[in-house]
Design a protein around this ligand. Structure first.
Ligand SMILES: C[S@@+](CC[C@H](N)C(=O)[O-])C[C@H]1O[C@@H](n2cnc3c(N)ncnc32)[C@H](O)[C@@H]1O
Length: 448
């Protein structure tokens, strides 16, 4: 059924991007799995009524719908959806973040919140949103939070305990500091049930997204403050390491080099996947066209050729000049059994299957690598991962960053020197996973 969508011109300044109907349906069905008989559903950024239609298609006929949009055309469109489908409820014109009378009123909240950069939020509005949310949630709201992050926080306020929040949001939620801070605050108030990556779901918008499901807790969790973490001698991983996701190639088909390619020799060594699981050293398994890292005169010819390669394969490249992400330590965040940190002796670029780290405060990378492969460190890291089924678990970047670990900066100099020597020896002899882990366990048991 298509009502009105195609007639409504989107206003990008209001973050108007519509959720495809199959994804909206998947989200509605996901809500019903967690709460089969919703009574009060809110869509606080309703657009043309996408989620109301989806719930109707999923068989929800009796719930009361409360829809809000700041754009009167969207409010009218949603009203007419509600009416035409014979559903109960209303569409309201207004700024959802200023609706302070909705606290705890809904058992289900579904949304595709507007993505609006914090610089584009009027300053007075921003002040109001932050102070309201801080007051309601008892925690600091990230200063640079995009509007969609504020919608997530406000959504939790308006749910009753046990209520379900389902949102599709841009990947920025995992890739930015404000995103991580928002998730942290959310998780004090709600349990994260699932987080699914969706590749470029929106028409004409080249960003990946995530579908999040949260269940509001009966009572918020106590805040784990940095000072508490320090009290038991532990610190957050991102105080010890600078972590980035590895190199995201705009298209692996185009950017990975094949031996028959004209410019194969210009491509640089690259790690996509570890080929020998017994080793803990990074060895390139591919070559990739990392144009920004090539000498200038070669890169322009290769770029021209790369664009041709893409067009022959009918791939639309938005970006060609990319550089590789490199660092001494890498971690594959899909964990099957033997979680491990890989050392990168030749400093080659690493794919986005990995988190790539550089130790902070000039702590020697070899020593950090050895400690990170001890059972003490690995067990703490693995216990933060989420089960994906079939023996696989996954650790999001913000979860990795927030693992609490023994603070290696407190070690005396001579012990750090001892760790470096032991690590160098293991690297030189290309020691196996078991050998590295056993050596590390032996040393760590006397250190902390
Ligand atoms: C990303 S669109 C999603 C629309 C629809 N739910 C969908 O998924 O197809 C976000 C909607 O939020 C509306 N919006 C923007 N700022 C708002 C605000 N402060 N309060 C309520 N709605 C807002 C926009 O007009 C837009 O229709």
């Amino acid at each position: 059924m298509s009502i009105l969508n195609k007639d409504l011109l989107k206003k990008s300044e209001l973050g108007q991007v519509w959720t495809p109907s199959d994804i909206a349906l998947e989200m509605a069905v996901g809500c019903l799995k967690l709460n089969p008989t919703p009574e009060n559903i809110i869509d606080p950024a309703s657009g043309p009524g996408t989620f109301t239609k989806a719930f109707y298609e999923a068989g929800v006929l009796k719930a009361n719908f409360h829809c809000i949009d700041v754009d009167h055309r969207m409010k009218d469109a949603t009203s007419s959806v509600i009416k035409k489908l014979g559903l109960k409820g209303c569409a309201q014109l207004g700024d959802y973040l200023k609706e302070t009378t909705l606290k705890g009123k809904f058992d289900t909240l579904i949304m595709n919140p507007p993505y609006i950069r914090q610089e584009n939020i009027p300053i007075d509005d921003k002040r109001f949103y932050h102070s309201f949310l801080q007051h309601e949630l008892g925690g600091k709201v990230a200063r640079r939070a995009n509007l969609f992050a504020l919608f997530l926080l406000k959504g939790i306020v308006d749910l009753s305990p046990g209520g379900i929040l389902c949102a599709i949001v841009y990947d920025a939620i995992s890739q930015t500091r404000y995103g991580q801070e928002t998730l942290k605050l959310l998780e004090r108030h709600a349990e994260l049930i699932s987080q699914k990556h969706v590749k470029t779901p929106f028409n004409h918008v080249l960003v990946d997204a995530q579908i999040l499901f949260f269940k509001k807790r009966q009572r918020p969790l106590e805040e784990t403050s940095k000072s508490e973490a320090y009290e038991d001698g532990l610190v957050f991983l991102n105080e010890l390491l600078n972590v980035r996701r590895g190199t995201g190639l705009p298209s692996r088909k185009v950017f990975l080099a094949g031996e028959e390619d004209l410019y194969y020799d210009e491509a640089l060594p690259f790690l996509v996947k570890q080929s020998t699981l017994s080793s803990l050293l990074i060895k390139p398994d591919q070559r990739a066209y990392l144009l920004k890292d090539m000498p200038n005169n070669n890169s322009s010819k290769a770029e021209f050729w790369l664009k041709q390669k893409a067009s022959v394969q009918e791939i639309n490249l938005t970006k060609t000049a990319i550089s590789g992400i490199r660092g001494p330590i890498s971690f594959n965040y899909y964990i099957r059994d033997a979680a491990r940190h890989l050392f990168n002796p030749e400093n080659i670029a690493v794919s986005d299957n990995f988190y790539v780290s550089i130790p902070k405060d000039d702590f020697p990378s070899e020593a950090a690598w050895l400690l990170l492969n001890s059972s003490v460190y690995l067990d703490m890291i693995v216990s933060a991962a989420r089960n994906q089924g079939n023996g696989l678990s996954k650790l999001q970047l913000y979860e990795y960053n927030q693992v609490r670990l023994p603070d290696w900066r407190k070690l005396p100099k001579e012990q750090i020197g001892f760790l470096v020597d032991a690590a160098k020896n293991l690297i030189l002899t290309e020691a196996t996973y078991e050998k590295v882990r056993n050596t590390s366990d032996e040393i760590v048991k006397d250190l902390f």
